[in-house]
Design a protein around this ligand. Structure first.
Ligand SMILES: Nc1ncnc2c1ncn2[C@@H]1O[C@H](COP(=O)(O)OP(=O)(O)OP(=O)(O)O)[C@@H](O)[C@H]1O
Length: 347
């Protein structure tokens, strides 16, 4: 449904030029909820604004539902934009218009008749839980209600795609959860394809099917959400995951960690188990089979997109031979093993 081919965006020119996007390839199938996560300044807003050509890419193609928007003239682009609803962090509602009139605005601009506007907006207010707020003004609404108005307005032109630019970043956790639930509901009921950008792993975890990680204008990894949370492929992906899970080794241990193994060290590992492995008493079997003592420092279980994910930080206490055998045994059970470092025995 959305295809970016070799999209680059450079702001300015010469020595002060900012290369905000570098050769991005991205494909979002119809009906998917696709997240793009990254740190501040990574290029997320530029990326999503390039999809509806609010920013024109310096290079590359943006193809939505088979149409190459980068090749369209301004009239064709105006028509194509009806296929692309967008919501923003700060809602962007018109303060002087009621809820109904805010939602009606895109239809008024399209020249839809008053009667048809009324007919089309009623179900949208129902869907977004705003039926009793139709005559109120934005100032009378909570942040969550304002975002619902923005969602209803974005859906008014019956788009095929909804672009969400940090749509929950200004909301508290409970309101965030209710807006994410609404987006999921819309995705299911209307088959709407959603591309969202966020800096919050919680958003990715809650509703995305796939996720891309953007860093310094480059898409550095892309995966199904369950895989990303089990085994991110990059250092940055692991940093996002660890910060989200708050599963870091205790500080006292970090201070003792050495990068390379020594003659009298044993490894400290982070283990990520998914699916059936979580319930399997692998750790006790490991201790029995390899003779390695497993000292569990931290552990937690998360449910992500219907998959159970178990995480653990542990010291493997044994000889170099037995710990190496234990690591192989873990990996052979499809457990993602990351060696965080090595600590001196008996330290
Ligand atoms: N209009 C602009 N003119 C010049 N540089 C810009 C412009 N918009 C963005 N940039 C630069 O492009 C880079 C990417 O910015 P962008 O806003 O896309 O990142 P982001 O990941 O959305 O960050 P944040 O989460 O802080 O909004 C940054 O270095 C930013 O300073």
């Amino acid at each position: 449904m959305i295809k970016l081919e070799g999209v680059s965006k450079t702001y300015g020119a010469g020595p002060t030029a900012v290369h905000a996007l570098k050769n991005i390839d991205l494909e979002v199938p119809k009906g998917a909820i696709h997240g793009v996560i990254g740190l501040s300044g990574a290029g997320k807003s530029t990326l999503i604004r390039c999809v509806n050509l609010l920013e024109r890419p310096t290079e590359g193609h943006v193809i939505v539902d088979g149409q190459d928007l980068t090749q369209q003239d301004s009239e064709a682009l105006r028509q194509s934009r009806h296929q692309l609803g967008m919501i923003f962090q700060h809602f962007n509602l018109l303060a002087s218009r009621t809820v109904f009139d805010n939602v009606a605005l895109p239809l008024e601009l399209m020249g839809v008749s008053k009667g048809e506007i009324r007919e089309r907006i009623r179900p949208l207010l129902d869907l977004t839980g705003l039926t009793d707020k139709a005559t109120q003004y934005p100032a009378q609404l909570s942040g969550g209600q304002k975002q619902r108005v923005a969602i209803a307005r974005a859906l008014a032109s019956r788009p095929k795609v909804l672009l969400c630019d940090e749509a929950t970043s200004a909301l508290d956790p409970q309101t965030t959860a209710s807006i994410l639930e609404l987006l999921q509901d819309i995705n299911r009921k209307l088959g709407l394809t959603i591309l969202l950008i966020t800096h919050e792993m919680e958003v990715v975890k809650s509703i995305c099917h796939r996720v891309g990680l953007i860093s310094d204008g480059e898409l550095v990894e892309e995966a199904d959400v369950g895989d990303f949370f089990t085994a991110p492929a990059t250092r940055l992906g692991r940093d996002f995951l660890n910060a989200f899970l708050e599963l870091e080794p205790p500080q006292a241990l970090v201070e003792r960690l050495e990068e390379a193994p020594g003659e009298h060290t044993h490894p400290v590992v982070r283990l990520a188990f998914s699916g059936a492995n979580v319930a399997t008493p692998l750790i006790s079997r490991l201790a029995r089979d390899s003779g390695v003592d497993v000292s569990i420092l931290q552990a937690k279980v998360e449910s992500i997109q219907g998959r159970t994910l178990g995480l653990m930080i542990a010291e493997l206490i044994g000889t170099p031979e037995t710990t190496s055998q234990a690591l192989s045994q873990l990996e052979s059970h499809d457990i993602n093993v990351e060696v965080l470092g090595h600590v001196q025995r008996n330290a």
